[in-house]
Design a protein around this ligand. Sequence first.
Ligand SMILES: Cc1ncc(COP(=O)(O)O)c(C=O)c1O
Ligand SMILES: Nc1c(O)cccc1C(=O)C[C@H](N)C(=O)O
Length: 398
Amino acid sequence: MPDRDHCLALDAADPLREFRDEFALPEGVVYLVGNSLGALPRRTAERVRRTVEEEWGQRLVGGWNHDGWFAQPLTLGDRLAPLIGAGPGQVVVGNTTSIVIHQAVSAALRLRPERRVIVSDAANFPTDHYIVQGLAAFLGGYEVRDLAEGRFDDAAVVLLSEVDYRTGARQDVPEVTARAHAAGALIVWDLCHSVGAMEVDVAGADFAVGCTYKYVNGGPGSPAFLYVNPRHLADAENVLSGWHGHAEPFAFERDYRPAEGIRRFTVGSPHVLSSAALDAALDIWERVPMAEVRAKSVALTSLFLDLVGGRLDSVTPADPERRGSQVSLRHPDGYPVMRALIDRGVHGDFRAPDILRFGFAPLYTRYVDVWDAAATLAEVLDKELWRDERYAHRLPVT
Ligand SMILES: Cc1ncc(COP(=O)(O)O)c(C=O)c1O
Ligand SMILES: Nc1c(O)cccc1C(=O)C[C@H](N)C(=O)O
């Protein structure tokens, strides 16, 4: 079993070690929640200050032209595209993941008008499943079929996450995409838990969506992204036919006419301040070798599984190919166990009913952090420190 010094040596030899300095992490905290909210890049504060004080403060409404605010959904889309294996003009940034899921699934349904089935994973992050339930109820006559039934045959669209938020299990994207296509269905991939954690290749997908506040480090509430495969760009329709997606927004015409290309999938005014924070995070990604990110992610998750080995059941696949960048362990009193860990500086999170979740963001998580987290977990369990009554009280957001 590796000891702490061995982990320090791994950090010294880590090809990504310089990136940790890009982040302003609090002293004494082992932060393993980058799969929920990524850490703050040091450059973000200055970038947001510039947008607030110089762009907004000095140029006021002129910022829409002068500072490129109007074009942000497209410029940020092009900057983000390499992270998911997409090209320029294929990704638009804006809104929330829930909203872009609605747009992607609606567009797919309109491309398959003769079919009435949406396949969705009931175990997916709830918003994905809720959005298709709402859409089916609104449209009427649609069935939402659970992925567990395993049938794609008469499906119009399949909506799935590449990495499961609860277990960290990773789908075989090319295999599932091929199966959906062979059945005549379109596929929408949710990349929330894979973008920024591994090399992603959307080339086969019809649509893909994701958030930018987890591994991408865009900040709380940073805008989502929507990818549309170029083969659909001419025909896919944006059900949220807002004015920014109009062919000529400033002609203020009476009737909606969609823009050509990916701009059709914009809706309304971009979130300019949040977009500034995302822009800063993307500066970092320009220099990151993604193959190293995946290699380190596999090494970190494997190390953690080895170190906690056998103490608690893992619901995360043992095969590194089949997992994302998190490890999920089961404990019947998982909530107070996680509170006890956080109290001792090791931040993970808890997912009902019994999952302790640990996310490993390769840009700023060190091997020694993994060692310290495993040692603290062992202490909390061995000494039953979680039984302290302070940890029983549930916080509203966990
Ligand atoms: C798979 C997945 N989809 C969607 C979301 C969130 O959607 P939104 O950005 O709309 O809050 C999350 C996390 O919050 C998620 O893990
Ligand atoms: N998006 C979040 C939020 O608005 C509040 C609290 C947490 C989140 C998250 O991102 C949770 C995360 N998607 C998860 O996998 O559980």
